[in-house]
Design a protein around this ligand. Structure first.
Ligand code: DC
Length: 220
């Protein structure tokens, strides 16, 4: 992708609680690029699916919702579905529990992957974070990063974000979702051979961002 000089894409993948979102946002800022949280897109579709009373594993009707809804991700992190701000609801327990099933729907993925490619094309690139960015959405990204951390550290980070659930519940939910996301048939979470892998368990956000920004600048 670097060869055509037109578009710079940085792909950041990894499991929940690996530090992806914070690192991706800060890296984008430091490089003057925009940032896309693709997990928020799957969450937004899941919110709309549940709001319409559909089952998350409901097949074609669920895919139709993905094609129908207008998802808007604001630069300040707010998420709008058909013009309504659902930023809080998409992080809540109902959506968190159902999102893996919606994300396993191949037609939902096809729709969102196409929107993600279009998002990057319009901006001449950006930093995209998710599960399949380096493997499926942009297999020829300029830089592919796979962030990880120990299960305990990841669950502790998530438990701090969601104040209404205790550590044990968060850890169990996370383990279930990780297993589902890694084993699903379509575009599972996986590490590509050409990704820079970083275990963030013992690193600060600043250390990870600096390391990655240096790599991007060295490659330019
Ligand atoms: O990053 P997150 O926890 O907000 O992601 C929510 C869910 O969406 C997660 O269970 C996996 C799924 N997802 C995906 O399948 N592909 C992506 N590119 C991003 C997220």
């Amino acid at each position: 992708m670097a060869d055509d000089g037109a578009i710079t894409v940085i792909a950041i993948d990894g499991p929940a609680g690996s530090g992806k979102s914070t690192v991706a946002r800060r890296l984008a800022d430091s490089l003057g690029l925009e940032y896309l949280d693709t997990g928020a897109m799957y969450r937004a579709v899941t919110f709309a699916v549940l709001a319409r009373g559909l089952e998350p594993d409901g097949g074609e009707p669920v895919a139709e919702v993905a094609r129908d809804v207008r998802i808007l991700l604001e630069p300040d992190g707010s998420v709008l579905v058909d013009g309504v701000d659902v930023s809080t609801q998409i992080r809540g327990p109902e959506v968190s529990r159902a999102v893996s099933e919606v994300a396993a729907n191949q037609a939902v993925r096809a729709e969102l992957v196409s929107q993600q490619r279009e998002w990057a094309r319009r901006r001449s690139g950006g930093v995209l974070e998710g599960r399949d960015i380096g493997s499926v959405v942009f297999p020829d990204a300029d830089l592919k990063v796979y962030l990880t951390a120990s299960p305990e550290v990841r669950a502790q980070r998530r438990a701090k974000e969601v104040t209404d659930l205790d550590y044990g519940t968060v850890a169990a939910d996370m383990a279930r979702r990780d297993s589902f996301d890694s084993r699903r048939e379509h575009d599972p979470l996986r590490q590509t051979d050409d990704a820079v892998t970083i275990d963030t368990s013992e690193l600060t956000i600043d250390e990870v961002v600096t390391l990655l920004a240096d790599k991007v600048r060295a490659a330019r």
